[in-house]
Design a protein around this ligand. Structure first.
Ligand SMILES: Nc1ncnc2c1ncn2[C@@H]1O[C@H](COP(=O)(O)OP(=O)(O)O)[C@@H](O)[C@H]1O
Ligand SMILES: [Mg+2]
Length: 247
C-alpha cells in the first residue's frame, strides 16, 4: 500500500527513507535504507540540491523528522528561493534547518590542528545534533567542503570523516559535483567505496528535430543490502513533483 504520490505509508517501510521520486521508491522496496551514507553525484543543473532538499523537506513535513542542510555553494536565501519555486515552502517543514557556509567557515578558522576542515565540521555537526537532533544530514557539496581547507592526507581524512558521519547515526546525503564526462562519482575516488548508496543524476543531450535538448536521468548505481535495477530512468519534474518514466 502506498500513500499519495506513491510514497509508502507511514506505518510501512520506516526503515527506509523514500526518495520521493514517484515510481522510484517502489523499485527500491520503499527507498534508501535508514542510516546509509548516500553519495549524490551529477553535473551542474542535474537537480542534486533539489533532489536532496526534497527528501529532507518531505521527511520533516510528513514524518516529523529533523534535517540539517549544510549549503556550502549556495547562500541560504538562494537555496530557499529555489526550493520555494519548486513548491517547497520552508514554513511547511520547520524541521529542516539550512545553514550556509559562513558558520562553518568561522568554525574552521578557529581550529588550529590538522585536519581543520574535518575538525571544524565535526564540531559544527555535534553542536547541531545536540541542539536539535538530526535524523538527516545533507552536505552540499563535498567539493565545496574540500575547497575550504587544504588536505594533508586526503584518503585518511576522508576515511575518518566517513567514520565520524556513521557515528552520528543519521542518514547522510553527500552531494558531489561531477563534470559531465566524469567516470568517478566523487573527487578522490575513495568516497564511492565508502558510501552505502550512490545515486547518479545524469544529463544527456538528445537531438529533437533541428535542435538539441538536454534530458535528465536518475540511476541507482549502488545500494548496499537492496536488490535494485541498474537502469537509468528519465526524470521528469513538473509542478514540484519528481517522477521517473519507465516502461
Ligand atoms: N521551479 C522549477 N521547476 C522546475 N525546474 C526548476 C525549477 N527551478 C529550477 N529548476 C531547474 O533546476 C535546476 C537546478 O537544480 P539544482 O538542484 O540546483 O541542480 P544542481 O544542484 O545539480 O546544480 C535548474 O537548472 C533548472 O533547470
Ligand atoms: Mg547544487
Amino acid at each position: 500500500m502506498t500513500g499519495a504520490g506513491g510514497v509508502p505509508a507511514l506505518s510501512q517501510a520506516t526503515d527506509k527513507i523514500p526518495t520521493y521520486v514517484v515510481g522510484l521508491d517502489a523499485r527500491l522496496s520503499g527507498g534508501i535504507p535508514r542510516g546509509h551514507i548516500v553519495l549524490v553525484g551529477g553535473p551542474p543543473g542535474s537537480l542534486k540540491s533539489s533532489f536532496v532538499y526534497r527528501i529532507l523537506f518531505h521527511e520533516a513535513k510528513e514524518r516529523a523528522a529533523s534535517g540539517l542542510y549544510l549549503s556550502m555553494e549556495q547562500s541560504r536565501a538562494s537555496l530557499v528561493a529555489q526550493m520555494t519555486s519548486l513548491g517547497m515552502e520552508p514554513s511547511q517543514a520547520k524541521g529542516v534547518h539550512v545553514i550556509d557556509v559562513r558558520a562553518l567557515r568561522r568554525e574552521i578558522e578557529e581550529v588550529r590542528e590538522q585536519p581543520r576542515w574535518l575538525l571544524g565540521l565535526r564540531r559544527q555537526l555535534a553542536r547541531y545534533k545536540e541542539e536539535m537532533g538530526c535524523d538527516l544530514i545533507a552536505l552540499d557539496s563535498l567539493d565545496a567542503l574540500y575547497a575550504l581547507a587544504p588536505f594533508e592526507s586526503p584518503r585518511n581524512e576522508i576515511f575518518q570523516f566517513f567514520e565520524e558521519l556513521r557515528d552520528l547515526n543519521a542518514t547522510t546525503f553527500l552531494v558531489s559535483e561531477m563534470p559531465r564526462d566524469a567516470t568517478r562519482f566523487a573527487h578522490f575516488g575513495v568516497e564511492e567505496f565508502l558510501s552505502d548508496t550512490i545515486i547518479h543524476l545524469r544529463l544527456r543531450e538528445v537531438d529533437v528535430g533541428m535542435s538539441t535538448s538536454v534530458r535528465r536521468y536518475i540511476g541507482v548505481v549502488k545500494m548496499r543490502g537492496v536488490e535494485h535495477d541498474l537502469d537509468y530512468f528519465p526524470l521528469l519534474v513538473e509542478h514540484g513533483t519528481f517522477e521517473i518514466v519507465s516502461e
